[in-house]
Design a protein around this ligand. Structure first.
Ligand code: DGL
Length: 280
């Protein structure tokens, strides 16, 4: 059975997993989250590379995938070359959907809503230079929006005021034109889409790249004979499982079961990564 790994720093990759499951029925999916390192948006580039490489060493030692999806813009804009150099199986990344946004905009004003890390990446600048030369691009590094999405996923009431403050810079008016297209360049944000639509100062097209990523994965798998792997069903592997909130593990397991992930286990990383996180 084909084994697909979907990786993120937290729960954001679940927005991609949903699409991948539909595009690749019958595949076994492991959802891997480096929750001990969340949020990646606040980490130095060196720290993100270190953590993702260590996580994939641990993943491969457990059960190598046939394909891995880095369902995290903050990581994909940085680590794909390192991962591809270290492993023989293919990686599909998630990077800001600048090209479709530039093609779709009518007003000529687009915004890229991402983590502070993704906004700073050379990769993101290169995408804008290559595909959005003729449009006005606003890059918005949202410091707390991924954490707000995680809170909403845990069932906490949405903090509308905080969400509104995070997205406000993405809505611009210039010479009688208004932003009409916002790229969701962090996989956590589509999880908040209902809230974003309700809170936005005016309606815009929100671009979620997950369906395109899922199509890419399905086409790569169609060209590849599946490796001989055992079927374990779908599982979630987290580098840290919350034990501070009462019943944290049970609540998380229930949430993941809603995405078809029926087993939840800890994925321990090397001791070097369990010390204090190095932020930017
Ligand atoms: N979901 C991740 C992304 O797509 C980032 C969240 C974080 O800051 O860890 O960029």
């Amino acid at each position: 059975m084909t084994h697909i790994v979907v990786f993120d720093s937290g729960l954001g990759g679940l927005s991609v997993l949903k699409e991948v499951r539909q595009a690749c029925p019958g595949a076994a999916i492991s959802y891997v989250a480096d929750t001990a390192g969340f949020p990646y948006g606040a980490l130095s580039e060196q720290e993100v590379v270190r953590r993702v490489l260590a996580t994939f060493e641990a993943v491969v030692a457990r059960r190598p995938p046939d394909i891995a999806i880095i369902a995290c813009n903050t990581a994909s804009t940085l680590v794909l070359p390192f991962l591809r150099a270290s492993h023989a199986f293919p990686f599909v990344g998630t990077v800001p959907a600048v090209k479709p946004a530039a093609e779709q905009t009518k007003s000529g004003l687009i915004s890229i809503l991402a983590t502070p890390g993704t906004v700073k990446r050379e990769y993101t600048q290169a995408l804008i230079a290559a595909y959005a030369r003729d449009v006005d691009v606003t890059l918005v590094g949202a410091t707390g929006l991924a954490a707000l999405a995680e809170a909403a996923m845990r069932g906490e009431p949405a903090d509308d005021k905080a969400i509104a403050a995070e997205i406000a810079p993405a809505f611009r008016e210039k010479a009688g034109a208004r932003t009409d297209t916002v790229v969701l360049a962090c996989t956590h944000y589509p999880l908040l889409l209902d809230h974003l639509r309700r809170i936005a100062p005016w309606p815009v097209t929100w671009i979620d790249p997950a369906p395109a990523i899922a199509r890419r994965v399905a086409s790569l798998l169609a060209d590849r004979p599946p490796a001989e792997t055992l079927s374990h069903g779908d599982q979630a592997l987290f580098t840290a499982i919350p034990d501070t909130i009462p019943d944290g593990r049970t609540a998380l397991a229930d949430l993941l079961a809603g995405f078809g992930l029926t087993a939840l286990d800890t994925l321990p990383l090397s001791a070097a990564l369990s010390g204090p996180r190095a932020a930017t």
